[in-house]
Design a protein around this ligand. Structure first.
Ligand SMILES: [Zn+2]
Length: 302
């Protein structure tokens, strides 16, 4: 699983920084998460093939999280895309995008499938045989969801020495991987755990932007391998965090600690800060594995 940060500041695009957008590569999927202005340029810069993007997840309708979307949809059209595009986001997203296409009389030649979200509870919004995506209801000025991306638990691994020693016919290997006990060639029952090893730990990623400090998300994100939590402000500007419904670096780290996550990535910095070191220092006073998001940075999720 690999995360690429395309943009990680709040508010406005600037010469060297872009508003929020990320790409998560997970089991052959390329999921685009938020799509601020500049996203398509950053996709090109990071050599991410447009045609591999089939699912886009939009957290909320503040411009720094989706003003790049209509441009990207339009570029896909100009590139004569034919593959369906699934877009998950708050109710209203379909209206705002289709109005722009209507007024430009520029409809896509591929299918746009909107999955509009309204629930205030966490819900499963995408699933296949290897991956699940759930919403994380956040507490922001308008309706906002984070997203939890989870690998499903895989199959058990065969311990080949043990399997061969136990005289098990090849036709039973599939059953063994699925966790069943089997009968060997001598008619003896072979317990699954004596010839297989547990599956590799499934990895997970939680994206939480934008939100004020909110402990209600902890049960949803508990033990994720990687948490991205917004930290718009430093603690010295905490008085700005509550009215704008954003978080400080220290608050983000507190959530990471309480949820026992593997690693924390901070982002969505206010453009008032040029030097970001203080975000890391502040968060590390609470939680020890902290990384700063930076445009173009990739993070392997282990
Ligand atoms: Zn916002």
């Amino acid at each position: 699983m690999k995360l690429t940060i395309l943009g990680c500041y709040s508010a406005t695009p600037r010469t060297n920084t872009n508003p929020t957008s990320q790409v998560l590569e997970i089991n052959n999927h390329v999921f685009l998460i938020d799509c601020g202005e500049g996203t398509q340029v950053e996709l090109r810069r990071n050599k991410i093939k447009f045609s591999r993007i089939k699912h886009i997840f939009i957290s909320h309708l503040h411009g720094d999280h989706y003003f790049g979307l209509v441009g990207l949809i339009s570029t896909f059209r100009l590139l004569t895309r034919e593959t369906d595009l699934h877009i998950y986001g708050p109710k209203g997203l379909k209206e705002v995008i289709t109005l722009q296409m209507k007024l430009a009389d520029s409809w896509t030649n591929y299918k746009l499938i909107f999955h509009e979200l309204t629930s205030k509870e966490s819900e499963l919004i995408y699933e296949d045989d290897k991956v699940e995506v759930h919403t994380i209801p956040l507490d922001h000025r308008i309706y906002t969801n984070g997203f939890l991306f989870k690998e499903k638990e895989g199959e058990r691994k065969l311990d080949m020495n043990a399997v061969l020693n136990a005289d098990i016919d090849v036709s039973y290997y599939r059953k063994l991987k699925q966790g069943f006990d089997v009968v060997n060639e001598k008619g003896e029952l072979i317990k699954n755990e004596t010839v297989t090893k547990p599956p590799i730990n499934p990895k997970s990623y939680a994206f939480c932007s934008d939100t004020m400090y909110n402990e209600r998300i902890i049960p949803i994100i508990e033990h994720v391998s990687l948490l991205y939590h917004e930290s718009t402000f430093l603690e010295k500007h905490i008085s700005l965090a509550a009215p704008t419904k954003h978080s400080t670096a220290k608050q983000a780290a507190t959530i990471a600690k309480l949820a026992n996550v593997g690693k924390l990535v901070l982002g969505h910095y206010s453009t008032r800060y040029d030097d970001l070191k203080a975000f890391k220092t502040e968060a590390e006073s609470i939680f020890n594995d902290v990384e700063l998001a930076k445009d173009g940075k990739t993070i392997e999720i282990n």
